[in-house]
Design a protein around this ligand. Structure first.
Ligand code: DI6
Ligand code: FE
Length: 397
């Protein structure tokens, strides 16, 4: 066997579905050729011009942040101060703040400013071993500005050193132009935005925010029907602040994922199991909003619903730029196990994006690796504000 590069004397958390737990192999090695993994397993003789001695360090697949709103302008620090004085997220949104204020700032920002503001947020993730990020639109909310955001996200995917998945989130909030005409905005999404986005291949999936302060299950169903008609898979911000049956709605449309899920009931979890929909846990938003009701982790376990963990990086409810800290929060706030957290930022996060070429260490996968200076994998979840990344391996393939 011949490779371009081998990583030897490592301990592997392969995340391979055929192996129990994290699919640990130790000691182990990874071989890479042309940016793809050609071997991941016990040490054996493989020739390569470049040999990386991992000296016993752990290798995981490169981390995947499968739910972010990383591209927006401005911030909501003033709103944060209002919330500290007792105002609620819902009250601020009703008074014209919240998502609407970020929409205003984002529409006004030129492309270079958008890129400049997103860069430090995304760089922080890259510095933690993240090799794939999903980014949603949703702070434009007009045909022209949503297309512009998605084009910007596609461009970041071409120039930044990581894989970028683009998600269209037109159904994020009702834009000011349509306050008197909800049906008109849903129509714009279904008849103009989605067809043009599909036609120009500007998105990999379509998302919506199903909540009383955003869109109803009926409205979301219309958006999902249009997405399906144009061959786009869907995802949903579901049951975050109340139970509107979002999880079951997502399952009905074979969603890739349903995200948040604090108020999801057992029937919702069962429906997600049927459709193979991933439950994406977003503890950063739970923490920021000081929510009390944790998602029904026990029900997801009982129904074998795969769970992912993501940052939900956004200016309002989760100004979080660390996937390592998101794992710590998922463990401490939701009592997810270390194993669940790590599968949640690798294999299950890949499934939440509909990707089967990342998230595990196996032949044929993209060679996206994170090599860690830790003795025990639990250290990746246990510390706060500490980054033990030794090296991150990513190449464009
Ligand atoms: N994701 C979202 O899209 C909303 N909440 C969440 O967790 C709100 C984002 C925002 O306030 O800007
Ligand atoms: Fe979100």
């Amino acid at each position: 066997m011949q490779a371009d590069r081998i990583f030897v004397n490592a301990r592997l958390a392969t995340m391979a579905p055929g192996l129990p737990g994290l699919g640990v192999i130790e000691p182990g090695m990874v071989a890479e050729a042309g940016g793809r993994i050609t071997y991941a397993g016990p040490m054996q003789k493989i020739e390569a011009p470049e040999i990386v001695d991992c000296a016993g360090r752990w290798i995981t697949p490169g981390l995947i942040d499968c739910h972010t709103h990383a591209v927006y302008a401005g911030d909501r620090a003033a709103e944060f101060e209002l919330r500290l004085q007792g105002a609620s997220y819902t009250q601020i949104a009703a008074a014209g703040g919240g998502i609407a204020s970020t929409v205003k700032a984002t529409r006004a920002a030129r492309d270079p400013a958008l890129a400049a503001q997103a860069l430090p947020r995304v760089s922080t993730l890259v510095g933690e071993g993240v090799t794939t990020i999903e980014i949603k639109s949703g702070y434009g909310l007009s045909l022209e500005s949503e297309l512009r955001l998605l084009r910007a996200i596609r461009k970041f995917g071409r120039i930044w050193p990581l894989d970028v998945a683009a998600t269209f989130l037109g159904a994020h909030a009702l834009p000011p132009e349509f306050v008197e005409d909800r049906a008109g905005y849903i129509d714009l999404i279904c008849r103009q935005m989605i067809p043009q986005i599909a036609e120009q291949n500007l998105a990999d999936a379509v998302d919506g925010f199903c909540e009383s302060l955003a869109f109803s299950p009926d409205e979301i169903a219309q958006v999902f029907t249009a997405a399906a008609a144009h061959g786009l898979r869907v995802k949903l911000h579901a049951d975050q602040l109340s139970n509107l049956g979002g999880a079951a709605l997502a399952a009905r449309f074979d969603a890739l994922s349903a995200d948040h899920l604090e108020y999801t009931d057992a029937a919702g979890a069962a429906a997600m199991a049927q459709s193979g929909t991933v439950a994406v846990m977003l503890p950063g938003a739970f923490y920021t909003l000081r929510e009390r009701q944790a998602p029904p982790i026990a029900a997801f376990r009982a129904h074998n619903v795969p769970m992912a963990v993501a940052t939900d990086m956004n200016p309002g409810t989760s100004p979080l730029s660390s996937l390592l800290l998101a794992m710590n929060m998922a463990a401490t706030l939701f009592q997810m196990t270390v194993e669940e957290c790590l599968l949640g930022v690798t294999r299950h996060a890949a499934t939440a994006l509909g990707r089967s070429d990342i998230g595990t260490l196996a032949p044929g996968q993209k060679c996206h690796l994170a090599i860690w200076n830790v003795e025990r994998l639990a250290e990746l979840v246990y510390r706060m504000g500490y980054n033990p990344l030794f090296e991150r391996i990513w190449s464009r393939v």
